[in-house]
Design a protein around this ligand. Structure first.
Ligand code: FE2
Ligand code: FE2
Length: 337
């Protein structure tokens, strides 16, 4: 390679790296129309024939503005009318244009109407798995050891605690789902739906994070902390899941118990007025199908219910394996909310 070509390539690589790590890139989303069909949840799904122009959606890689994506997504349907740019439909990949049951445009690209649900808040939030075996005690002590420094660090800064907790909570489902996926491929066997169940859990946790991002903005220090914690936790959980899936699920079961407890503390401080009970973000109202006048307290209540469901799912997954069975032998609780 000539020196000039090498310089050109290195300049391109630097440009790419800089854009990925620190900038807010922009790409063109598309809107369009032709036919419409109905999907579960009462939404209307328009499949458009041509890529026409449309809204500008920001893709956040390292943005300091927590609500940019949501704002842009809210603006998207209106901007769609302008038709400012034309994008070739050569690949035939036309994103759908979706409407709510009432005909108003669906404003989120990060989740769709058929992924929304009404949380079951009647679930027992005090349930605890007694640690009787050595493995259970080890899992419980591991979580307790992780819990105290976290509580010391955050104390009663619930919003910040919740936001950072969710960055960790969304990892196990993805790692477990990925490893079960690989196992299914390796062994030429079904998974019993557990891959999907664990990926659903990861996605649900990520939606918790997206919700808190609408209410609180991470500082550079918190971003750096998440970066480091994710690196350590992802790898530790990966190794734990490879060595002993039943231990890994038990640890997550206890982590979820602690998540339920920390959201209960959050609710207590909201009741006492120590935390402002601000209006619920729009993303939460649409995701959990909440009434339009919902508040932060309603959001924390449904998130706590989600955590209690994750607790049960993971303890159940561990129990199945502790009883000498494989996960695939029992149908996974898909859509368990
Ligand atoms: Fe969560
Ligand atoms: Fe959870």
């Amino acid at each position: 390679m000539s020196r000039r070509a090498a310089m050109h390539v290195s300049r391109l690589l630097i440009e790419q790296a800089r854009n990925k790590a620190f900038s807010t890139a922009i790409f063109k989303d598309v809107g369009i129309s032709n036919s419409a069909s109905h999907v579960p949840g009462g939404a209307t799904f328009h499949n458009h024939g041509i890529f026409r122009a449309a809204s500008t959606v920001r893709v956040r890689h390292w943005s300091g503005v927590a609500s940019d994506v949501a704002k842009d997504e809210k603006a998207a349907p209106d901007e769609d009318q302008g038709g400012r740019a034309v994008v070739s439909s050569y690949w035939g990949v036309a994103p759908p244009k979706i409407s709510k049951a009432d005909g108003s445009p669906w404003r989120w690209n990060c989740f769709r109407p058929w992924e929304t649900y009404t949380a079951d808040t009647t679930i027992d939030v005090k349930k605890h798995h007694e640690a009787n075996t050595f493995m259970d005690k080890f899992a419980y002590m591991t979580v307790q050891a992780l819990k105290y420094p976290t509580y010391l660090f955050f104390q009663r800064r619930h919003m910040c605690h919740a936001m950072l907790l969710e960055t960790v909570a969304a990892v196990p489902g993805m790692v477990g789902g990925m490893l079960l996926h690989c196992k299914s491929l390796r062994r030429f066997e079904q998974s019993g739906g557990w891959i999907k169940a664990l990926l659903e859990e990861a996605e649900n946790e990520r939606m918790h994070l997206m919700t808190f991002l609408e209410l609180s903005k991470p500082t550079w220090f918190e971003r750096a902390l998440v970066f480091a914690v994710q690196g350590a936790f992802f790898n530790a959980y990966f190794v734990a899941y490879v060595l002993s899936p039943k231990l890994a699920h038990r640890i997550v079961g206890y982590l979820e118990e602690e998540a339920v407890n920390s959201y209960t503390e959050f609710l207590i401080d909201l009741e006492k007025g120590l935390v402002e009970n601000q209006p619920a973000p729009a993303i939460a109202i649409d995701y959990w199908r909440l009434p339009p006048n919902s508040t932060l307290k309603d959001v924390v209540t449904v998130i706590r219910a989600d955590e209690a469901h994750h607790r049960d799912l993971n303890h159940f997954a561990s129990d199945i394996q502790c009883q000498g069975h494989e996960l695939k032998e029992y149908p996974a609780p898909l859509g368990y909310h």
